[in-house]
Design a protein around this ligand. Structure first.
Ligand code: ADP
Ligand code: MG
Length: 266
């Protein structure tokens, strides 16, 4: 177990990991999110689905406190996000990061510790390195610790950011499309990292593009298009009628999906 405990108080297990209440977020005059409310229990692996431009990335950034809502609020373990920042971490979308920056795998993971190293300490302590080591082993990147991040595959880069989040001591990790453009082997590797993190009690929220795998990967799904259309189990969400309303049509693919899910539920 990673021992970094950013909060001195133990977290009450019955409090939702994330509560979003009446959240409206706009860029200029147009709301990207309108009156969105939901609560995610601790220890779940939750997918956010919805068409392009439906506000998925905006929702993640608002949960992180990067964007100020017009209306509404976000609580992490019952406390406003401004006061729980260390408990929440972000794994950015690939392509939004400068991969030529000369930094190694373990240095990126150590960035997660910076906020925890006191100002009078000259550098990371032995304990900080142990936490980083453990985070790298959870994401199975310990063998590549000296590798430059620019020399990694897309899936490996995602895992290094996941390690940084774990090293930070985050209990809630939000990932924006970690599966976009990765091959099948990498997809399995990322999924097993998410499941590992979930086993350690963390709550994970993942923006996900591919409806076909959504049922397989997640405990619950958030269906978003500016408004919250639905929040529930994959079986509740992946209904042709509901999806065709949100995705404007393409019901044929959804019928196939539904059979996959029903098969799984047996
Ligand atoms: P998704 O991640 O689901 O594709 P986004 O949250 O990125 O959707 O975007 C939601 C809406 O907000 C889109 O209409 C998008 O064009 C708009 N939007 C996103 N970011 C900005 C921004 N920085 N400035 C203006 N509009 C934005
Ligand atoms: Mg997005």
């Amino acid at each position: 177990m990673i021992t970094a405990e950013p909060s001195n108080q133990p977290i009450d297990k019955s409090v939702p990991a994330i509560e979003v209440e009446h959240l409206t977020v706009s860029y200029g005059a147009v709301p990207a999110l309108l009156d969105v409310s939901f609560a995610i229990p601790q220890g779940q692996l939750v997918g956010i689905i919805g068409p392009n431009g439906s506000g998925k990335s905006t929702l993640i950034k608002a949960i992180l406190g990067f964007l100020r809502p017009d209306v509404g609020n976000v609580r992490i373990f019952g406390t406003p996000v401004e006061r729980t920042r260390k408990l929440v971490a972000y794994v950015p979308q690939r392509g939004s990061v400068d991969w030529d920056f000369p930094v190694t795998v373990e240095e990126v993971a150590m960035m997660g510790r910076y906020g925890n190293i006191p100002w009078w300490q000259w550098g990371p302590s032995k304990a900080d390195w142990e936490i980083v080591e453990e985070a790298l082993s959870i994401v199975r990147m310990a063998d590549l610790r000296k590798r430059q991040i620019g020399a990694l595959s897309g899936g490996q880069q995602q895992r290094v950011f996941m390690a940084r989040a774990l090293a930070q001591g985050a209990q809630v990790v939000l990932l924006d499309e970690p599966f976009a453009g990765v091959d099948a082997a990498t997809e399995r590797a990322i999924l097993s990292v998410l499941e590992n993190a979930k086993k350690s009690g963390r709550t994970l929220v993942v923006v996900h593009h591919d409806l076909a795998t959504a049922a397989e990967f997640f405990d619950a799904l958030i269906l978003l298009k500016q408004r919250l259309f639905a929040f529930g189990t994959p079986l509740q969400i992946l209904q042709p009628e509901l999806l065709s309303e949100v995705y404007d049509g393409n019901v044929r693919a959804f019928e196939h999906l539904r059979r996959v899910i029903e098969e799984k539920a047996k």
